[in-house]
Design a protein around this ligand. Sequence first.
Ligand SMILES: CC(C)(COP(=O)(O)OP(=O)(O)OC[C@H]1O[C@@H](n2cnc3c(N)ncnc32)[C@H](O)[C@@H]1OP(=O)(O)O)[C@@H](O)C(=O)NCCC(=O)NCCS
Length: 217
Amino acid sequence: MEMEDIVLFGAGGHTKVVIDIVEQMERHHIIGIYDDRPELMGTTYFGYPVLGPIRSDYAVNRGIIGIGNNDSRALVSRIILEQAPEFEFVHAIHPSACIGRDVTIGAGAVVMAGAVINPSTTIGPHCIINTMASVDHDCRVDAFASVGPGTHLGGNVHVMGHSFVGIGATVIHQVTIGSESVIGAGATVVHDIPNNVIAIGSPAKPIRTRETNEKFL
Ligand SMILES: CC(C)(COP(=O)(O)OP(=O)(O)OC[C@H]1O[C@@H](n2cnc3c(N)ncnc32)[C@H](O)[C@@H]1OP(=O)(O)O)[C@@H](O)C(=O)NCCC(=O)NCCS
């Protein structure tokens, strides 16, 4: 199969993982990376040239945003589509991930090594399913949400847009996690969680509200 050229956005830690997945997939050829830091211009990052700021004329209109923060990824996607309305986001799925029947993976989503996504689950655009996470049957993970490393979602869980479920958390079946919320590392979620909160512990309880764009990593 002919390799498609793509570009990446953001020269940070998450992009390293995206690069590794793309190289192992052998379906796309990375031309370079766009990043806003002037000191990175003309340098290479993890073996690929930094081509210019995020707001640029892109070398190709196809790629992946390698930014781990959900709200920042959403902002950058808006900028890219303002610059190039025809830009096509592609997803990256590590070859060791197990993807079940009737699973949908949205444009620009990243599924990392050892992740398991069971049947009839929908992973929205630009989501991150991190290393060795599992997402059981009939789940919905909405756009720009992310599921942390080693985190487990039971069946019929709904993670709403831009939310983050922290490393090693467990979410029992049929729970809904509201939008823009953060579930702390190691939490056990047994009840629905509202929008815009930080919830921690076992059982997980909201400890405070969370502003949109508030950092969680
Ligand atoms: C929940 C979280 C967002 C809170 O961050 P924060 O608002 O900056 O909170 P703080 O670090 O100030 O901690 C506040 C209190 O909550 C406790 N706390 C923080 N995170 C906790 C967690 N996950 N579980 C239990 N308690 C936690 C702290 O010990 C502290 O308690 P104290 O006041 O008694 O000392 C963060 O700790 C967290 O778990 N983030 C997820 C990180 C992750 O998954 N990383 C992997 C990235 S791929």
